[in-house]
Design a protein around this ligand. Sequence first.
Ligand SMILES: [Cu+2]
Length: 281
Amino acid sequence: MRRFWALFFLAWPIVAIAWSWAAPSYGWWFYRPAQSPLGQEIDNLFYLILVIVTTVFIGTNLALFYVLWKFSDDGSPRKGSFSHGSHILEMVWTVTPAGVLLFISLYQMDVWARFRMTKNFDKEAVAQPLAEITARQFEWRIRYPAPGRKFQNKAEIEEWLKRPSRDDVYTVNELHCPANKPVLIHLRSEDVLHSFFIPDLRVKQDAVPGLVIPVWFEASKADHYDLICAELCGWGHYKMKGRISAESDADFQTYKRELAAKQAFDGVPAKTETKKEGEGQ
Ligand SMILES: [Cu+2]
């Protein structure tokens, strides 16, 4: 029994490693590898941090095991020794974690800058934004510029963000985009804080009332991706779910044209059909 605590602390790293080893084959890991180039780099950062904390965790537990095993009370009379601390030891375990944190913060700067800093965004994506997305309780409202519309300059985009155009195309919860190239959306919120989250692409950005936030992402291949809200935004937060359909550029243009035609449909059948009806009478 006197060895119990030593074995107890030895068991945890073993359990953790065995668990982590088995997890991917049971589907208890990321449910899908990142489906975007930047997402893969974010995963690499995650794995780097995982390796660091695993090393520290195993090292700490082994040290704990050693001390508990070696110095547990075996009944023999021994005199305790009292320590008032060690300056060197204090320095080592303060400077080492500080160094590790500094390394991580410098190492991730490049990925962060590419994801967040507007000056690094893809120029083409910035010049022709895909859509404006307005989060509200509890849906994603999407506004595309008219099919074929090309923005001439930044001022025109700002104007478009301030005032909707008559030929804009609207939809809800179903965002289509071209695959294999960076696209940019302008994110806003109509009511409370929401969070625009595409887990497969490792993209997450808060939608903040009063702000218009540019967010870019790139889907590596034509596929469907979940779009969910990652900020508890009210009773219906759980159902604030959309879908991203990444497709070929041509398919995307067709989709937008069809959506625009559906929206412009006023209930009167097209001219040729009207004529036929007239002929029948
Ligand atoms: Cu929400």
